[in-house]
Design a protein around this ligand. Sequence first.
Ligand SMILES: [Zn+2]
Length: 68
Amino acid sequence: MTAMTTHSSPRPGQVTAPDAALAAIPDRNCTWCKVPMAKRLVGGGAYIHYTCPKCIFQHTSKREKKSG
Ligand SMILES: [Zn+2]
């Protein structure tokens, strides 16, 4: 007997969700305003760029590698 499996998953290929990547980034509060800063990945995801929505204070920190 031959079991025919016709599974068709409607996935539109590989889609990198920036929200998922941002979820893994730790939050950081502004040094001056003590408010959560907006964060975004820069440098191909190697760096985290924080921006304060109040005083526009910017901070860039390098992401630590998982392995090593
Ligand atoms: Zn601030």
